[in-house]
Design a binder for this molecule. Structure first.
Ligand code: ZN
Length: 154
């Protein structure tokens, strides 16, 4: 498996990451226009958002993967270390709030605004996963291409 430095210095990583940040910034602009603010100050719409995770270390990913398998709890991810776009900085998790209260995943209006915007800018929403739907998860649609560059089977 690659080291973090090998990932960060790979030209393919740099290209993917630049593209991801560009798409992510477009998403934030759209969100801002829709009244979803990425700061804690409530907007007129009452909708705000907070980033809960960007880069996740391979060690933390392995610990999550162990949940419900070799550790107590229920299964929360299908991805082991280096098998999640979070290890490549190509995914971001958000939580949405309505009037300061966290919105339950998927069922409330703010998610109904957010998810179409994710798709519109060409990013992939975890709401579209076939198993373990993850409404707050946003990822680069081709991050697996990068992972395969490092010999990761994804
Ligand atoms: Zn995620």
């Amino acid at each position: 498996m690659p080291t973090v430095d090998q990932v960060l210095n790979n030209p393919l990583y740099i290209a993917f990451h630049t593209q991801y940040r560009h798409m992510w910034n477009s998403l934030l602009l759209r969100a801002e226009r829709a009244g979803i603010h990425f700061v804690k100050t409530p907007s007129k719409s009452g909708i705000s958002a907070r980033i809960t995770c960007e880069r996740r270390s391979p060690q933390s990913q392995a610990a999550l993967y162990a949940k419900g398998r070799t550790r107590p709890g229920r299964i929360v991810t299908n991805a082991n270390a280096w098998q999640s776009p979070h290890q490549y900085d190509l995914a971001t998790d958000v939580m949405l709030y309505l009037n300061g209260k966290p919105c339950s995943k998927g069922s409330e209006t703010p998610w109904g605004l957010w998810i179409p915007m994710v798709r519109f800018v060409g990013l992939t929403s975890g709401a579209d996963f076939s198993s373990l739907k993850d409404y707050g998860h946003v990822e680069h649609p081709r991050w697996r291409l990068l992972a395969r560059q490092f010999g990761v089977d994804v």
